[in-house]
Design a protein around this ligand. Structure first.
Ligand code: TXD
Length: 319
């Protein structure tokens, strides 16, 4: 069976990490695309030379020509600019919206059958704009944020409870920003809800609330430390999990930014909710019962996303 093809639009910090993970896991051949000449080609050559050491036969190539993404099965988009200290994700909107227009055209003209995972910030707006510009079916364009935010939440909880990260199943809904909604009632350690662990005295409500807040500002915490950019190892790992669920038809239920029309009281908006990811892309949105607090928090998140979309339409009248 011919190897799958994974195109990475943006060969920066996350793009390079995506390429390394995809090649190491032999998910398929990898094409790195960027507008900067030399960077995708240089990183591809460097990554190819990992092959003999790691034992992977995946071909890794770099290009500045969209024609080279033709036939891609999965496309992961990180093209754009990342945050610097003092910048909010929303500050990136004007620049990255223009990038999404170019990327959307490139995908529409060269790989319209791909499953597209958007990472570029502000994520909830960029994934919507990318879907509009590319014209692909809504179920084939998703955003990566919830898997990362849930991984951050799970890491902090594992440290708090002194347990293996393998046993923490964290649940985060809503937008990828300060309005994200970590849902403790659906977050478990080996099936034991966090709220029950608190009742057992394994932690306190105050400490869990502080972990929720640290999760919400998880991206900013790393930006402040790095000073020159934002997180890229965990974002890349999270997007690869989504790509693998598609390529291997794993039917995983993952928190992703997906198009929701009807469920959660939404009428056609991209927002972070649990969704089944398999060979059909975003196959089914799972509508969980939310308590009043989570419902209110999701509502705040939805309003924040809607404001970003209004800003996008103000910049580009074709949206
Ligand atoms: O959870 C999430 N979704 C977030 C997303 C987690 C972390 C980072 N988040 C965002 O991903 C971040 O705010 C940025 O918007 C993207 C990419 O982050 P990365 O750290 O990879 O940024 P880099 O290293 O600056 O790489 C961006 C690359 C760079 O090589 C540019 O030359 C390229 O994008 N670029 C383009 N490629 C293709 N086409 C165009 N027009 C273009 N413009 C810039």
């Amino acid at each position: 069976m011919a190897r799958k093809k994974i195109a990475l639009i943006g060969a920066g910090n996350i793009g390079g990490t995506l390429a390394h993970l995809a090649a190491s896991k032999e998910l398929g051949d990898v094409v790195l695309f960027d507008v900067v000449e030399g960077v995708p080609q240089g990183k591809a050559l460097d990554l190819s030379q990992c092959g003999p050491v790691e034992g992977f036969d995946a071909k890794v190539t770099g290009t500045n020509d969209y024609a080279d993404i033709a036939g891609a099965d999965v496309i992961i988009v990180t093209a754009g600019v990342a945050r610097k200290p003092g910048m909010s994700r929303d500050d990136l909107l004007g620049i990255n919206l223009k990038v999404m227009k170019a990327v959307g055209e490139g995908i529409k003209n060269n790989a319209p059958d791909a499953f597209v995972i958007c990472i570029t910030n502000p994520l909830d707006a960029m994934v919507w704009a990318l879907r509009e510009f590319s014209g692909l079916p809504h179920n084939k364009v998703v955003g990566m944020a919830g898997v990362l935010d849930s991984a951050r939440f799970a890491t902090f909880l594992a440290w708090e409870f002194g347990v293996s990260v393998k046993d923490v199943n964290a649940f985060v809904l809503g937008g990828h920003g300060d309005t994200m909604v970590p849902v403790t009632s659906y977050t478990t350690v080996s099936g034991i809800p966090v709220d029950d662990l608190v009742k057992m005295g394994k932690s306190t409500k105050e400490r869990i609330d502080a972990i929720v807040q640290r999760t919400r500002s998880g991206g900013g915490e790393i930006v402040a430390l790095l000073k020159t950019g934002s997180a890229y190892y965990a974002p890349a790992t999270s997007a690869i999990a989504m790509a693998e669920a598609y390529l291997r038809d794993q039917k995983r239920i993952l928190p992703c930014a997906v198009y929701v029309d009807g469920k959660y009281g939404l009428d056609g908006l991209y927002v972070g909710v649990p969704v089944v990811i398999g060979a059909g892309g975003a196959e089914e949105v799972i509508e969980i019962a939310l308590d009043d607090e989570a419902k209110a928090n999701l509502g705040v998140s939805v309003e924040a996303v809607k404001e970003l979309l209004v800003a996008c339409k103000g910049i580009d009248s074709s949206l």
